[in-house]
Design a binder for this molecule. Structure first.
Ligand SMILES: [Zn+2]
Length: 265
């Protein structure tokens, strides 16, 4: 190792920056040596876009404004950004299936036990891997239709009044659960409830640290409330696919922030 660094230094002294830029097969220790040198003459290198941040145009929301609301037109997009600014209207996913996992409400075949096929398969893999690591997860709430969301909001309005209700419950068309790509997850330690404490328990911690390996992201992290528009929800996981989930996880971003950083291809 010592020899390679010495050789690299000598070459740097002799050749300057052009050496480092033309040699792609150099080892990482040499890369570090050339890094500082390149900073001096950095014009060429900094114009390259990180391939992780290049994103095909089909993954961006295609939006049409209807009565002042941003309506997403490509709602089946697996990266669909659905939040308090963007609505999927009355969209219904076409490929809802019931993942073969344990549910907090037993074996009832009800709407909230469904997810889109790709997300359901990923959820099954995640739950299996969790179990191998001594973590027992329970799915609590997946797909939610426009009608069901409306009923939930109406009930909350009747309970606490409109002003408070709209803060806690999403408008129909603006809940991520309507995409069929989100699942609320809990464990026995939380009595199968959705509580903030789940994020402190080993089950919640395992999920937060491993979900991206299966294509899921923790959608409403702590400290990002102003970005997402939602309180911290350690139980709510959203499927986006492995590649995107891994970039989002490594950068500690939300889905909103991911779209601020990626470049359209
Ligand atoms: Zn949720």
């Amino acid at each position: 190792m010592k020899t390679t660094i010495t050789i690299a230094s000598v070459l740097l002294l002799l050749g300057g920056c052009s050496w480092g830029q033309n040699n792609d097969s150099i080892t990482s220790s040499e890369n570090k040596v050339t890094q500082s040198q390149n900073n001096i003459n950095s014009n060429q290198k900094h114009q390259q876009v990180d391939p992780d941040l290049m994103l095909e145009s089909k993954f961006f929301n295609q939006v049409k404004i209807v009565n002042g609301v941003n309506m997403i037109e490509n709602s089946s997009n697996v990266l669909s950004l659905v939040n308090k600014q963007y609505s999927i209207g009355s969209y219904e996913p076409k490929d809802l299936v019931r993942p073969k996992v344990q549910f907090s409400f037993g074996n009832q075949d009800i709407e909230k036990s469904y997810m889109r096929k790709e997300a359901a398969t990923a959820l099954e893999n995640m739950f299996k891997s969790a179990e191998k690591n001594g973590i027992q997860l329970f799915a609590s709430s997946g797909y939610r239709s426009y009608e069901r969301q409306k009923a939930l909001l109406d009930a909350e309005i009747a309970n606490v009044g409109k002003q408070k209700a709209v803060q806690a419950v999403a408008n129909p068309g603006q809940s991520e659960h309507q995409t069929g790509l989100a699942m609320d997850i809990t464990s026995e330690s939380e009595n199968f409830l959705l509580t903030e404490n789940f994020g402190k328990h080993k089950d919640g911690i395992w999920l937060r640290e491993h979900a991206h390996e299966f294509g899921f992201i923790l959608r409403y992290p702590k400290g990002k409330e102003k970005v997402t528009g939602y309180e911290y929800e350690p139980w709510h996981f959203r499927y986006v696919g492995k590649k995107h989930a891994s970039v989002i996880y490594k950068n500690d971003w939300t889905l909103e922030e991911y779209f601020q950083h990626v470049k359209k291809m």
